[in-house]
Ligand binder design. Structure first.
Ligand SMILES: NC(=O)c1ccc[n+]([C@@H]2O[C@H](COP(=O)([O-])OP(=O)(O)OC[C@H]3O[C@@H](n4cnc5c(N)ncnc54)[C@H](O)[C@@H]3O)[C@@H](O)[C@H]2O)c1
Ligand SMILES: [Zn+2]
Length: 361
């Protein structure tokens, strides 16, 4: 087995490492920076991930933790509720967990967000580790310490910043990921490439076949390169005052399309792909470099749509204005050129409409 890649996240006062490798779940203990033996490690796992990878993860934790308990979390977004957070908090109490014990999230971004939020609040904060098992969670959600749950009124309305003590990304877990979920995660890879590093786009194009075959070494290269971009951005801006906003590239339109489709028309990654194409058209319309062709090549290599939005423009405009990142006028992230993101506001409705028409069905 080759050694895993380590990416250090230099958040002032709370540095930690992201480990990316093949077959590292069962060695989890080696990657946990624990100064003393943990009495209770609670492995809170997405139900699918628990069935497939629970044994390996538990074996890894048993090396450094006296007792490993498991809690199954229903898969997907349905788990991100206040009532699920409460039941997990009570499960920790029942297990006799203390402030210095360890909570571990095994699963996708939804599990990580819920479990991280519980870790942020149990006894006013306990250590937690992430073991992401979706591509989206490995390159995006597990890094940066944003945690939270949804309310009936909207997504991610309750939450906290709480950094994990370690992120352990075992790419072999991606082998069981359904194709649609895999492509959805590739949208965030493309996003990181477009906003920060065109080499990542070349890697995706060059190793496309091996990546889609989920060949472990190609995945290690892809995930590490994509994760290191997120790592750099969040280390520079933990609480989203500046550069972290660039991670919303493609998401202003993307979130609007997802919401207007009742979260069933588009997967997150598909909506973001169309959102990035829209942003490319908008940038060209604003007189910046025309990188529409480069966007289309990357989006197509990821197996994602370059157009096809069906919602009427007026509803899209309203949905984008209602985005929680709204600060007086819709702010869009666009690229002055590949790797050079910037925020623009006060864009004329005509320009927004014409860019939207280019990604419409
Ligand atoms: N905290 C952050 O910074 C951040 C960033 C981006 C997204 N998010 C959040 O992440 C969530 C989306 O994450 P996601 O795309 O990972 O979705 P998810 O957690 O809902 O998982 C998607 C599906 O894949 C299944 N699954 C998980 N691992 C699997 C595996 N290895 N094999 C087979 N099936 C598996 C799950 O059961 C689920 O049905 C959203 O709630 C979003 O808000 C958070
Ligand atoms: Zn996203």
């Amino acid at each position: 087995m080759t050694s895993p890649v380590e990416i250090k996240i230099e958040i002032p006062g709370r540095p930690y490492s992201v480990w990316i490798g093949a077959g590292i779940l069962e060695r989890a203990g080696e990657f946990l920076p624990l100064s003393e033996r943990v009495d209770v490690a609670m492995l809170a796992a997405d139900e699918t991930a628990l069935t497939l990878y629970g044994e390996r993860a538990s074996a890894g934790l048993e090396a450094t933790c006296v007792r490993v308990e498991r809690e199954s979390i229903e898969g997907g977004e349905a788990a991100k509720t206040m009532s699920r957070a409460e039941s997990l908090l009570r499960r920790l109490t029942a297990a006799g967990a203390h402030r210095r014990d360890l909570l571990v999230a095994l699963g996708g971004g939804a599990t990580g967000d819920l479990v991280g939020f519980v870790a942020a609040t149990y006894h006013r904060g306990m250590p937690f580790a992430q073991m992401p098992t979706t591509l989206l969670a490995q390159v995006d959600a597990s890094i940066g310490g944003k945690t939270g749950v949804n309310l009936p009124e909207g997504k991610n309305l309750v939450g906290a910043y709480h950094q994990p003590v370690a992120v352990i990304s075992d790419v072999t877990t991606l082998q069981s990921l359904p194709g649609g979920e895999f492509s959805s995660g590739l949208a965030e890879v493309v996003k990181h490439g477009l906003i920060d590093d065109a080499d990542l786009l070349s890697l995706l194009q060059r190793e496309r076949a091996a990546i889609f075959d989920r060949e472990p070494m190609s995945l290690v290269r892809l995930v590490s390169q994509a994760a290191s971009i997120k790592a750099r951005i969040v280390a520079a801006d933990e609480t989203e005052q500046g550069r972290r906003a660039f991670l919303n590239y493609g998401h202003t339109l993307g979130h609007a399309l997802e919401a207007l489709g009742g979260y069933s028309t588009w997967r997150h990654g598909e909506a973001v792909a169309i959102g990035m194409m829209f942003a490319a058209h908008l940038a060209a319309g604003l007189g910046f470099a025309d990188r529409v062709a480069e966007h289309a090549r990357a989006v197509e290599a990821a197996g994602l749509p370059v157009a096809g939005a069906e919602a009427p423009f007026e509803s899209v405009l309203r949905a984008m204005g209602g985005d929680k990142k709204y600060h007086g006028g819709i702010r869009f992230v666009i690229l002055e050129d590949l790797g050079r993101p910037r925020l623009v506001s006060d864009v004329s409705t005509d320009l927004v409409r014409s860019a939207y028409e280019k990604v419409s069905a």
